[in-house]
Design a protein around this ligand. Structure first.
Ligand code: SF4
Length: 88
């Protein structure tokens, strides 16, 4: 059974999904940062910040299994990067 990884904290306030946290249903993390990030004048997403990691392409992270995240929760921060990343 797959685990569900929460986006516990996201400090990227320039993102249209950030409304006191990430309100996207799920995000994709890549080597260059959160691929779900988008800068728009409008805000979007769910009414509450309960985002999850839908997919992660950072295969060299110790939490990455089959291109999915197995950490219980992540923090997204500087330059939209996953701050929970740990090299294998
Ligand atoms: S903790 Fe690792 S596997 Fe999980 S989202 Fe961050 S970089 Fe990807």
């Amino acid at each position: 059974m797959a685990t569900v990884t929460d986006v516990k904290t996201c400090t990227v306030t320039a993102c249209a999904y950030n409304n006191e946290g990430c309100t996207a249903e799920a995000v994709t993390i890549t080597d260059s940062g959160c691929a779900t990030f988008i800068s728009l004048d409008a805000h979007g997403g769910l009414p509450t910040a309960e985002a999850h990691v839908g997919a992660c392409q950072r295969a060299n992270c110790k939490f990455n299994q089959d291109l999915l995240c197995t950490a219980s929760a992540i923090t997204v921060g500087d330059s939209e990067a996953c701050m929970t990343f740990e090299a294998r």
